[in-house]
Design a protein. Structure first.
Length: 293
């Protein structure tokens, strides 16, 4: 498929992007909005994968992972994060834990960026009873992971409250207690990345969600709130970012509800250019596809 401006994926409906660059190829992993006709609600049961060498031509890969590939999960494929680590690819996901409505975080692994992926642990990585405190069944949403320069890895996630923990060296367990990060207006959809020695934590802000971000010189904080990076996405109440460098330029992936028949429950992934200021702060995204690739 060839993009015709934003959204870049026009069939099927896609949401909650996470992006990986491997061997000169961009791999875009998304949620899959697939509510039955006449249904105006979230229905997401699997994740999708697309690849591109130029951010213009996109190839859809076979569906690499379903929520029920985790035998301990009952379904529901929420926002996720894929990282490459020691020659393998780890996919951190949020699903509904079997036997209830509470969300849990799992991790799948593959030898290839397009899969097949399989449960790396055989049980949840994070469950509700592990949290310091939360009354929300959706507390374990939207994991994001950073592999730092020294090889240590860190997990951020949450809904209404941002949580943080270090991961074990095999990425299938926690190596630290779960901490709480105080971020203004934190809703969900966290994304962590690092550039030029600075850590950036972007997230869905308020409701309807904008994207805000904070900066730090230390993965453990303190975090300095920097403001709004992206305004409310058109015809869509949620807003989950993914930020990546490709071929010397920086890009901001997100979703909106702009396609015909689209909306908050039928979303579509988009991409725009991202710029950094001299002080390290990120500029607001210009809503255009000019100059991509």
């Amino acid at each position: 498929m060839v993009k015709e401006g934003n959204p870049i994926i026009r069939n099927p409906y896609t949401a909650d992007p996470t992006v990986l660059v491997h061997d000169g190829t961009v791999y875009l992993y998304t949620g899959h909005d697939n509510p039955p006709p006449g249904t105006d609600d979230y229905y997401m049961q699997d994740w999708l994968c697309f690849s591109s060498n130029d951010l213009t031509h996109w190839t859809e890969c076979s569906s690499p992972l379903k929520a029920t590939d985790f035998q301990w999960a009952s379904g529901d494929a929420y926002a996720s994060k894929v990282v490459e680590y020691r020659g393998k690819f780890y996919w951190f996901v949020s699903v509904t834990h079997a036997g209830g409505s509470r969300k849990a975080i799992g991790v799948a692994v593959s030898e290839n960026p397009t899969g097949p992926f399989e449960d790396a642990k055989g049980s949840a990585l994070v469950t509700h009873d592990m949290l310091p405190f939360s009354e929300s069944d959706k507390a374990n949403l939207d994991p994001t992971v950073l592999i730092d320069d020294d090889g240590r890895s860190y997990l951020f996630w949450g809904n209404g409250q941002c949580y943080f923990a270090e991961l074990q060296s095999n990425l299938t367990g926690l190596a630290s207690p779960i901490a709480v990060i105080d971020l203004p207006g934190f809703a969900e959809g966290a994304h962590i990345h690092k550039k030029n020695g600075i850590y950036y934590l972007a997230y869905g802000y308020g409701y309807p969600e904008k994207v805000a971000y904070a900066m730090s010189r230390n993965i453990h904080g303190p975090w300095e709130f920097k403001g709004i990076l992206n305004e409310i996405a058109g015809n869509c109440a949620t807003n989950r970012p993914a930020i990546v460098e490709f071929n010397g330029s920086d890009y901001f992936f997100y979703h909106n509800g702009a396609l015909p028949g689209g909306g908050s429950h039928r979303r579509s992934v988009c991409v725009d250019r991202l710029y950094y200021q001299e002080d390290g702060s990120m500029s607001k995204v210009v809503m255009t596809t000019e100059g991509l690739g």
